[in-house]
Design a protein around this ligand. Structure first.
Ligand code: NAP
Length: 293
């Protein structure tokens, strides 16, 4: 039976480290005595986004990060949103800018993300930060894949030379995940919807990271005995199916019998994403003086 990777406990440890870091920064000359500042921008009334934003704001406040809330109406225009991003870019109290996705359909999310000052891009989605990661010289790394790396490290997973399979090539999870594992000397295969014989590819992996968004697509029987399985997926089946409960991309009950370690859903990767957002915000605050150069 696999060891359960306790994302909640590991995230709590990361958050405690951030809290200590914030205290040290506030007491130091370099930080100018100001706590890190995180601007959280929410446009519209998407219920899931409202919950995410509330949780991020609460977690930030708990570690001493100052939160600047910007909740805008659904009718916000592109020009208004760009103007707000411009103001936050210039605001010295703001170290990190988070624009909650998805944006309402009439807004161009790509343009907004590219307008964020890359030195305040704590989500790590700006092309400059993605480019630096690809070059092996990361500045801000997207929070979910960065969180997965912390989980792998915490369970003592040996990455150098390991065969790692990442399923999903989104710019927010799968792609940066593959780059991080490559940088850690794993041999990485990046799979997607056109991959042939996914079962066979997964069956060769020492490490499997599933970031697909399809409930239990990865079957337990595919997992190589002893593999480490990280399930990024968060799927809420229609009420009635699977009891309407949140589940991952991996068939947990079967995979758990073969893996050496596995993340549960919920309580695995999810808590890490917020913890790494806080960490990135602290890192940004520590770089204040670089930013103003
Ligand atoms: P996404 O942008 O929709 O990307 C999904 C990826 O899965 C795509 O690359 C797609 O391939 C691939 N895919 C779809 N069907 C497949 C199949 N049958 N076989 C192999 N690959 C397939 O999703 P995302 O934003 O990366 O998110 C993935 C999941 O992670 C979602 O459940 C999301 O809710 C969850 N998530 C969790 C957290 C967290 O904090 N825990 C954070 C972010 C995301 P193509 O490129 O070929 O279309």
């Amino acid at each position: 039976m696999a060891t359960l990777i306790d994302g909640k406990a590991i995230a709590a440890k990361v958050r405690a480290g951030v809290r200590d870091g914030v205290l040290a920064l506030v007491g130091s000359e370099r930080g100018g005595g100001e706590p890190p500042g995180l601007a959280v921008v929410l446009v519209g009334v998407d219920p899931a986004s409202q919950i995410y934003v509330r949780n991020k704001g609460k977690a930030a406040a708990e570690v001493g990060i100052k939160v600047f809330d910007h909740t805008l109406p659904e009718t916000t225009t592109q020009a208004e949103l760009m103007a707000l991003v411009g103001r936050l870019n210039e605001d010295p109290r703001v170290d990190g800018i988070l624009v909650q996705m998805p944006l309402p359909a009439h807004l161009d999310a790509k343009r907004v993300m590219r307008a964020i000052n890359p030195w305040k891009d704590v989500d790590g989605f700006h092309p400059q930060n993605m480019g630096l990661l690809a070059l092996g010289d990361p500045r801000f790394v997207a929070c979910t894949p960065a969180g997965v790396m912390v989980l792998l490290e915490e369970v003592g997973c040996k990455l150098a030379g390991a065969d790692a399979v990442v399923i999903g090539r989104s710019t927010t999870v799968g792609r940066p995940m593959a780059l991080l594992l490559t940088a850690a000397d794993a041999t990485v295969t990046l799979c997607h919807s056109k991959t042939r014989d996914l079962a066979a590819v997964v069956g060769r992996a020492d490490i499997v990271v599933a970031a697909i968004g399809r409930a239990e697509l990865v079957k337990g029987a595919w997992i190589k005995p002893g593999a480490v399985v990280i399930d990024v997926g968060m799927n809420r089946p229609a009420a009635g199916a699977a009891g309407g409960k949140l589940c991952g991309d991996v068939e947990f009950a079967e995979a758990e019998k073969r893996a050496s370690a596995i993340t549960p859903v919920p309580g695995g990767v999810g808590p890490m994403t917020i913890a790494l957002l806080l960490q990135n915000t602290l890192t940004s605050a520590r770089r204040r003086s670089d930013r103003t150069r």
